[in-house]
Design a protein around this ligand. Structure first.
Ligand code: IMP
Ligand code: MG
Length: 171
């Protein structure tokens, strides 16, 4: 069963707030947004439309060797960036920080390519199962736990097309 957690209005408000704080930090400089596929495609498209800095967007896909509801251990890059990020103001855009393993691995990997700045923007920060020490620089919503879907976020590839965010509850 799906229970609504964040409405279109909630999401729009969060995205606007995130865009304003990103703009504040980058003082009109060009930003390269890295959309982590697939979960953040909708979030990224809304976010960049609210950014007034000159901006570029690139895409990266990583997969964790986990099952549907728990991600575990190592990650593999299944689609790498096309842009060279050396010397760039980079903002990684991710849907959810859960254990933190995905973002920690991605940000360590990207740091080795020597961007000028590397920031993390996450729509949802899920606190309960954090395993590694990583924090989002820009966070839309903080929740304790629960499996969420919608607004680009899936359960077994379903529900990405839902415009709002739901929590999956046992029947
Ligand atoms: P982490 O590596 O454990 O931080 O997991 C992050 C990734 O796991 C996210 O990018 C999502 O793809 C997935 N994930 C974690 N929690 C959820 C959820 O509640 N719903 C859907 N996907 C999730
Ligand atoms: Mg993901």
């Amino acid at each position: 069963m799906l229970k609504k957690l964040f409405s279109k209005k909630d999401i729009e408000g969060a995205v606007k707030r995130l865009a304003r704080s990103i703009e504040k930090d980058f003082h009109g400089e060009e930003i390269l947004f890295i959309c982590l596929l697939k979960g953040s495609f909708m979030f990224t498209s809304d976010l960049v439309r609210k950014i007034r800095n000159p901006s570029r967007v690139d895409f990266m896909r990583v997969s964790s060797y986990g099952n549907a509801t728990k991600s575990k251990g190592e990650i593999a890059v299944t689609k790498d960036l096309e842009e060279d990020i050396k010397g760039e103001n980079v903002v990684i855009v991710e849907d959810i920080i859960d254990s933190g393993i995905t973002l920690k691995s991605v940000s360590d990997m990207l740091k080795n390519r020597h961007p000028k700045n590397l920031k993390i923007c996450a729509l949802i920060d899920k606190r309960a199962r954090r395993e590694v020490n990583i924090e989002g620089d820009y966070v839309g919503f903080t929740i304790e736990d629960g499996f969420v879907v919608g607004y680009g976020i899936d359960y077994a590839e379903q529900y990405r097309n839902y415009p709002e965010i739901y929590v999956v509850e046992p029947e």
